[in-house]
Design a protein around this ligand. Sequence first.
Ligand SMILES: Cc1ncc(COP(=O)(O)O)c(C=O)c1O
Length: 446
Amino acid sequence: MSQPMSRRAFVAGAAATAAAAGIAVPRVSSAADKPALLGGTPVHKGGWPGWPDWRQSWEPEILEVLRSGRWSSAGGGGLAARFEAAYAKLLGAKRCVATASGTTALITALHVMGVDAGDEVIVSPYTFIATYNVCLMHKALPVFADTDPATLTMDPASIESRITERTRAILPVHIYGMPCDMDPINAIAKKHNLAVIEDACQAWLGEYKGRKCGTLGDLGCFSFQNSKHIPAGEGGAVTGLREELLDRCQAFHDCGRPFGTFRGSGCFSRGTNCRMTHYQAAMLLQQIDKLVAETERRRASADHLTAGLKQIPGIQPVRLPENSRAVWHLYAFRYDAAQFHGLPRGTFIRALGAEGIPCGGGYHEQYFDGILDEAINSRGFKRLFSAERLKAYRDSLQELKGNKQVCETTVGMFNTVLLADRSQVDRIVEAVRKIHAHSAALAKKA
Ligand SMILES: Cc1ncc(COP(=O)(O)O)c(C=O)c1O
């Protein structure tokens, strides 16, 4: 029969088990190390890796673009074409069309998949606002699926009830680099003859069942904006597996000029100019190996962090779809204030910040910000949709219960914490444990 354990033996045993599993071993909190928010000493006093970072070795290629006088990628070839080939290979995509930004990649993909004025697109509400904007730019209504609180991504079970005869496409977002559960989404799309456009703007090298994000739907869209894991200041890409669709993307992003399958037929379609410059491509080409190496590093740190955090009551790590790998643009978890003596999430975030761990609350319920009201009250939308439809649409925003929960309970840290040394990553677990241990005192002060 097992003997009852002394507290010291329990702590020593737990520490040994955790250490063997490679999990952070937190110091036991005491009155001496009270929370920094209440005047104690911060757990982490050093900084965190900055972003973006660059190498001097990139300079010659960028200077070469400058000296060549060939800065625009109009006419094809050059570094932009080299980047397109390299990025497509990295993803296992048929091709890649490099664009000026993630937003313009999405605008291109929606156009090519036939999203037009008066259509509806089923969208993840938990996303950067550009995902809403690109639908509105096409004068289509973004109809929000709900968010699954366990995954923070589109809840496939909420899609079908939102499909109408106007629905043209589904636009899931691999938010924070966490792949959506694409099999059920693709199955629903197939059943209702809808296009699937992946917003993979935060999911470079994200994987779902052995395939990369950006190759899982009809077309996938990426962003290379300054904060991204492979940044060029601005930049984007459309990827996919179907040559003809990519030819259409190529044409649309280059003023409607004919390309590939459509060569020789004149400007056969509408278009815009959202070409990437060779400067952007030069920056991106230098970073492919860096992206691969840093993605593995972020993954290893995230696994380690999750193993430590999930032991703390009230911290719920995010669930990924089976057989998938995230890239952690943000490392997010859900926070249950009830397990922290009712400490509000905002105070928890401030307390973690005071401990030297920068974090935030992620996206809020942006659909109430006014963007949608401005759109649906505009002349164009009123012409395209009936007053009843627009009213029903506005009312339906109240039904996004899962998304509301996610917006109110998520805590996220920018991915650079995952690039820090393992000992620094351990400080995150230690800080959360400390706040948990002192949550009653913190809640009283909140
Ligand atoms: C999910 C998501 N979609 C779309 C975009 C738009 O990309 P860009 O800023 O490159 O236009 C972003 C960029 O932050 C994003 O995070």
